[in-house]
Ligand binder design. Structure first.
Ligand code: BES
Ligand code: MN
Ligand code: ZN
Length: 497
């Protein structure tokens, strides 16, 4: 898909289809009014006839009218003008792209009303437009053998009008947004793959692909013997019940000088979480193929850093294995030694994410990171607390946590901070080891973070619990690509600072 931005009049642009918005109830947006004048009031007449109300989600494709340059006109509902904010604008854009994707239209000029948000600069708006188009055109990488519907013809999208002085900024936003969309598609594709295809070895092969695609990316993949040499007793404990071999993946993106402290991203890569001996209920257990979405996000973020050539060093660490029951599997009550040397009593084998992450977080130390951020589908408790709307943000550094919250807000991929205070860690005490891996139901998202916090002392660390945000359940079951948008904004902002 090719994106472009223009200034001046929307009506003057060459396009197959001009896209304009209508507010509810039946009120033309400013660009639509210009169109209406050009076509002799026919749009106004159409609205008066009651055929188009301007509701959010509504669209109507009209043939070209005398006075218009394009061969088609697409009307899109913007909802009520009073509530037309960023979400409404995105909804309208998504509706328009979905409608166009069902036609043979190859180029469109999106002249939608700008959302009511003074803080929204043209770079961010344009980046969001490109990201939104990419997301709307995403098709699930299914394994259906029936004939696929033809790919959408839409190949060129222009956006405007922008003020002439802002055009360069808008163009940068479109370029960056197209990259974010491409990396997000990678995250979604990996998430959607089934556990029998997307194994730890598959993730390692994908990391190898990134290193081949980008000169600034280097990869190292550690096998089980090498993991043993690093004394990652917790990762080894989780993988014991599985016939699939584990992998520990180290990706390095070099965008700044050699000595510059990197941002280290750590991903949970459980390619299937059955719960192990503390086995899960069968209900929706298939969704535990998504338990590697943190790892997928780390691969996506490295891909994005390389696409955007960010002036920043970024390290991606992925701890990956399956969590399965079996004769060799870990049992409740087993005690193992983590890479950091702390002993851990595994009271529940289903709390495996924190086990593989504590060894990966310990490995992060060797990079002397400017910040460490782990990304994990860690707890059902986080889904109970925040639903599918906010990623849970916790950590040991207030500034870093707030930086991530702000990035999520700008990217419309929001996170919410939960209070990781000392009390939560006390719930992890046990008579038998340095720490237990579970602490009862109450505050479950935070006690999981408290466990990780024991391994991040002295580093600026944040934890993103994406159990609620990484995928959608039910009829819309599919990976969302979140929180790549949040991390993209975070990394872009850091690279500029
Ligand atoms: N991968 C799950 C977390 C999860 C559950 C994500 C449901 C999305 C939806 C994680 O490994 C897990 O099983 N966590 C347990 C922890 C508990 C045993 C303390 C949970 O949340 O139930
Ligand atoms: Mn689990
Ligand atoms: Zn899990």
């Amino acid at each position: 898909m090719k994106f472009s931005a223009y200034s001046g009049k929307a009506l003057g642009q060459r396009t197959n289809c001009l896209v304009v918005g209508v507010f509810e109830p039946r009120e033309l947006g400013s660009e639509a009014r210009a169109v209406d004048r050009a076509v002799g009031g026919r749009l106004g007449a159409l609205l008066r006839s009651g055929d188009f109300a301007g509701r959010a989600g509504e669209s109507l494709l009209l043939p070209g009218l005398p006075g218009l340059r394009g061969s088609r006109l697409l009307l899109v509902g913007l909802g009520s003008a009073a509530q037309y904010q960023r979400r409404g604008w995105k909804r309208a854009l998504t509706t328009a792209v979905a409608a166009l994707a069902r036609t043979r239209i190859a180029s469109a000029n999106f002249a939608l009303e700008r959302p009511n948000d003074r803080a929204l600069d043209d770079y961010t708006l344009a980046r969001a437009a490109a990201e939104c188009c990419g997301a709307a055109l995403y098709r699930i990488n299914d394994l259906k053998t029936s004939k696929r519907p033809p790919a959408p013809a839409l190949a060129r999208a222009s956006f405007g009008p922008f003020a002439a002085a802002r055009l360069a900024e808008a163009r940068r936003g479109l370029v960056d947004g197209a990259s974010v969309a491409a990396s997000a598609a990678l995250v979604r594709n990996l998430g959607n793959l089934p556990g029998n295809i997307c194994t730890p070895r598959y993730l390692a092969a994908q990391a190898g692909q990134l290193a081949r695609a980008h000169r600034a990316v280097r990869v190292r993949v550690l096998n089980e013997a090498q993991i043993r040499r690093l004394k990652m007793g917790c990762l080894l404990a989780v993988t014991r019940g599985s016939a699939e071999p584990p992998r520990f993946i180290v990706l390095e993106y070099r965008g700044a000088r050699r000595g510059a402290a990197p941002v280290v991203l750590v991903g949970k890569g459980i390619t299937f979480d059955s719960g192990g001996i503390s086995i899960k209920d069968s209900n929706a257990m298939d969704e535990m193929k998504y338990d590697m979405c943190g790892a997928a996000t780390v691969l996506g973020a490295i891909d994005l850093a390389a696409r955007l050539k960010l002036r920043l060093n970024v390290v991606g660490l992925v701890a990956s294995c399956e969590n399965m029951p079996g004769g060799r599997a870990i049992k409740p009550g087993d005690i193992v030694t983590s890479a950091a040397g702390q002993t851990v009593e595994i009271l529940n084998t289903d709390a495996e994410g924190r086990l593989i992450l504590c060894d990966a977080l310990h490995y992060a130390r060797r990079f002397r990171p400017a910040a460490v951020i782990d990304i994990a589908t860690l707890t059902g408790a986080c889904v109970v607390a925040l639903g599918a709307h906010h990623t849970g943000i916790m950590g040991n550094d207030e500034e870093l946590a707030q930086e991530l919250v702000a990035a999520g807000r700008r990217a419309d991929d929001r996170g919410w901070q939960l209070p990781l205070t000392e009390e939560y860690g006390e719930q992890l005490k046990t008579n038998f080891a340095d720490v237990a891996n579970v602490a009862g139901r109450d505050g479950g998202a935070i006690t999981a973070a408290a466990f990780l916090g024991r391994f991040t002392k002295g580093m600026k660390w944040a934890h993103l619990d994406i159990a609620g945000t990484a995928w959608l359940s039910g009829a819309a079951k599919s990976a969302t690509g979140r929180p790549l948008g949040l991390l993209a904004d975070f990394l872009i902002s850091r690279a500029r600072a």
